[in-house]
Ligand binder design. Structure first.
Ligand code: ADP
Length: 443
């Protein structure tokens, strides 16, 4: 429940941040693109208007066909006034919706020209205006050769030809609209995708935390369960005081002490996973050093051979001829790992038990320690489970000496060295544990 709520909250936060960034960039892109579209439109219209004025001024005579062609090729509306009279050309196409606008632009233009002339200007200027709805350009057309005085005279009398070009900008308008709709749809799709990936991403991020939480809970309940039995025995022995009750209490207390020691080891190893980089023995963290694996295995063999013989088993050492590269590991932890596997091999082999220590460089780039025995072996269905905390195969349940923590400690030791612990069958029966460590130094 807690993780589900956290998952939802994190998804919402991630989605909100990424969608906001997406929205800001989309709006920026749209405004830049619309700005440049608008600039292009203005430049094109200005250029077309100038070309039209020039070509009209070059024409010896204006014909309807010429103007119609100009309108159709450019999709403009052309209005002309000759000596203040609208030319019949205006009625050739259906310009009705724009006729009123055209007339008011024309009236305005005349007023502005008159004002400019009285202010001393010698010629009428061309006026261009633009908005998203339409662009327009208006100006006098001087056909034939007129000098400045003649131009002023003509303007004062309102004589001459006035050209007005209107472009409704429908194409521009629909392009802007299309672009906005497209970006809106893309942003919605992007938002959905981002939310989905935020959901998957945060789910992935939370999974190790959730697994860790579940592991911790299972660990605490396993530990409590294991501690309950010796405590119950101690309490009942102290109450009933049967013969030798002191020995019973002592044995159970020792058993509890061993369990607490194993629990502490596991908790220190868990700690090492989080604080891998800081070597600190007192806090249970790793102290890595370069180790020659073959020398290390030989020393381990020499130190444990007597003990194994005393347990009635035989210990063999098989070293390869090839050179084994050094590994970077915590010497004490490596010793503890081999000890756990050796103790298990002793515990799960019979009278004629033979335990073999060997090593190779398989897979390449790794150094692999092997401890194999000819004991009872491990069924395939149990091979994965035996590394879980407090897990014991049924046949080992009766033994109160085994808590089911040895292999979980071994696995932790291998994994904090970035290695891998596996179990296979020994040919002919028995179990073989393979611990691979990366050959390159891990700092
Ligand atoms: P335990 O304290 O019970 O030995 P471990 O975690 O070391 O706990 O081992 C888990 C289980 O794996 C054991 O209960 C045992 O059934 C099985 N096991 C471990 N090592 C061997 C082995 N060498 N041969 C057969 N079974 C083994």
């Amino acid at each position: 429940m807690l993780f589900r709520r956290l998952h939802l909250q994190l998804t919402a936060l991630c989605a909100l941040i990424t969608i906001s960034i997406l929205a800001v960039f989309t709006i920026l892109y749209l405004s830049v693109s619309e700005h440049s579209l608008r600039n292009n439109l203005i430049l094109t219209f200005r250029h077309d208007f100038d070309t039209l004025v020039n070509s009209l001024e070059q024409q010896p005579m204006l014909t309807h066909q010429f103007l119609l062609r100009m309108e159709q090729t450019n999709d403009y509306m052309i209005f002309l006034w000759d000596n203040e009279k609208p030319l019949t050309f205006n009625r050739i196409r259906s310009h009705e919706p724009y006729a009123g606008i055209a007339q008011s632009i024309y009236d305005n233009y005349l007023e502005e020209t008159a004002a400019a002339i009285s202010a001393g200007s010698t010629s009428a200027s061309m006026l261009l205006s633009h908005d998203d709805r339409m662009s327009s350009g208006i100006g006098y057309i001087y056909t034939g050769q007129m000098n400045a005085a003649e131009k002023i005279l003509a303007l004062q009398r309102n004589e001459g030809l006035v050209l007005l070009v209107i472009s409704p900008n429908t194409d521009f308008h629909s392009r802007i609209l299309q672009q906005r709709i497209l970006f809106l749809l893309l942003s919605l799709a992007g938002g959905l995708l981002l939310t989905l990936s935020a959901w998957l991403f945060t789910g992935r991020m939370l999974r190790p935390l959730q697994e860790n939480q579940e592991r911790q809970l299972a660990f605490i309940s396993g530990a409590s369960h294991e501690l309950r039995t010796p405590l119950a025995v101690i309490v009942s022995a102290a109450e009933a005081r049967p013969p030798h009750f002191e020995e019973t209490i002592k044995a159970e207390a020792l058993r509890m002490g061993r369990l607490v020691e194993e629990l502490l080891t596991l908790s220190r190893l868990d700690r090492s996973r989080f604080y891998e980089k800081q070597p600190d023995k007192s806090a249970g963290l790793l102290c890595r050093e370069s180790i020659e694996p073959d020398t290390f295995l030989m020393n381990f063999y020499e130190q444990t051979e007597h003990y194994v013989s005393a347990c009635g088993k035989k210990l063999k050492l098989e070293l390869p001829n090839e050179t084994i590269p050094p590994i970077c590991a915590d010497r004490d932890k490596l010793y503890q790992l081999l000890e756990i596997l050796l103790q298990n091999a002793i515990a799960y082999t019979g009278e004629d038990g033979v335990i073999t220590l060997s090593m190779d460089c398989n897979p390449p780039g790794y150094v692999c320690f092997q401890i194999s025995d000819n004991g009872i072996g491990i069924p395939d269905s149990e091979k994965d489970k035996i590394f879980e905390r407090f897990y014991r195969v049924d046949s080992a349940h009766h033994s109160r000496e085994h808590f089911g923590l040895g292999l979980s400690i071994a696995k932790e030791i291998v994994e904090i060295h970035r290695g891998r612990l596996r179990v296979t069958d020994t040919p002919g029966g028995g179990a073989a544990f393979l611990c691979s460590f990366p050959a390159r130094p891990v700092v």
